[in-house]
Design a protein. Structure first.
Length: 296
């Protein structure tokens, strides 16, 4: 039988539209049935992903950036419907972590039709109002979430450079927040600059805040950056950018299956998308997503 694929395309990126058109041409030339879906907003994309997954295609193919992959995840997690990622965004942290590189349309089409998958973990996030969402990469709570919020307001996007610009802009004005963390029963109560909870290592276009995170080990990596004078953070920044910061005295690094966070740190972000303020609970959901191998 011919492959049955649903393509969810990022409506806000011309690069994604171009990639989708080229990919659809190659797939249909090889006999695949392809439905193309493009939402008007993030919420609409999530709705389309749920509807597409309910129709049980061979794969839901997310053509876009981390935000679109996040919306696609809401439809496929726990269903057995494969998630394929064609990176066409700015940061592409999820695609990079899961080994889904950008490539030529012919090569990508062949890989999609081959249908090889591997299971990876997702993170179930319970928000303050009881709403549940899932994410694949890193949850940011505190300073890094504020940077994300600032970057989202930039008129033009330049990937990791945007995140660095936002980081520098926030450094002078952001104050520490009081955090209360519970990581599998280990309790930490102290002020800090940020908390990151990673299923994968990086966010912000490749910044490895949770450098030891592995997306299929059933565990979450938690990094708390303790409160310190601004002068301490400036020399720490290059170590963060290379993933060598976890041995610093101001860094607490833990690992666990369930992480509860209470903080007066404003809204949290996950996969680069705004989630909302705490309290929050992150729980690893092992092997809950089948990711299609597009490396062939």
């Amino acid at each position: 039988m011919p492959a049955d694929l649903a393509l969810l395309v990022d409506p806000g990126r011309g690069r994604a539209a171009v990639a989708a058109v080229r990919l659809v041409q190659r797939l249909r030339a090889r006999g695949a049935r392809v439905r193309v879906l493009a939402g008007r907003s993030g919420a609409d994309s999530a709705r389309l992903a749920l509807r597409a997954a309910a129709e049980r295609p061979d794969a839901l193919v997310a053509v876009g950036g981390d935000g679109l992959v996040h919306q696609a995840l809401q439809g496929v997690v726990g269903t057995g419907v494969a998630l394929a990622i064609v990176p066409a965004g700015t940061g592409n942290d999820i695609a990079r972590a899961l080994g889904c590189p950008a490539g030529r349309p012919d090569r990508t089409a062949a890989a999609l039709l081959a249908g090889r998958t591997r299971p990876v973990d997702a993170v179930r996030l319970t928000l303050a109002d009881g709403t549940e969402r899932h994410y694949l990469s890193v949850l940011a709570c505190g300073f890094d979430a504020r940077v994300n919020e600032r970057v989202n307001g930039f008129r033009f996007s330049a990937g990791r450079a945007d995140y660095l610009r936002g980081l520098v802009a926030e450094l002078g004005s952001f104050a520490a927040a009081d955090y209360s963390l519970d990581v599998d029963g280990t309790r930490i109560d102290e002020p800090g600059l940020l908390v990151a909870v990673g299923n994968t290592a990086a966010y912000g276009g490749g910044i490895p805040m949770c450098p030891g995170a592995i997306p299929d080990d059933g565990l979450l990596d938690v990094v708390l950056l303790r409160a310190a004078p601004l002068a301490h953070y400036l020399p720490l920044l290059p170590r963060i950018l290379t993933g060598h910061h976890t041995t610093d005295a101001t860094v607490v690094a833990l690992r666990g299956r369930r992480v509860a966070i209470r903080a007066g740190a404003g809204a949290a972000y996950a996969d680069g998308e705004r989630m909302g303020p705490g309290p929050l609970v992150c729980e690893a959901v092992p092997k809950s997503v089948e990711v299609l191998d597009t490396t062939s």
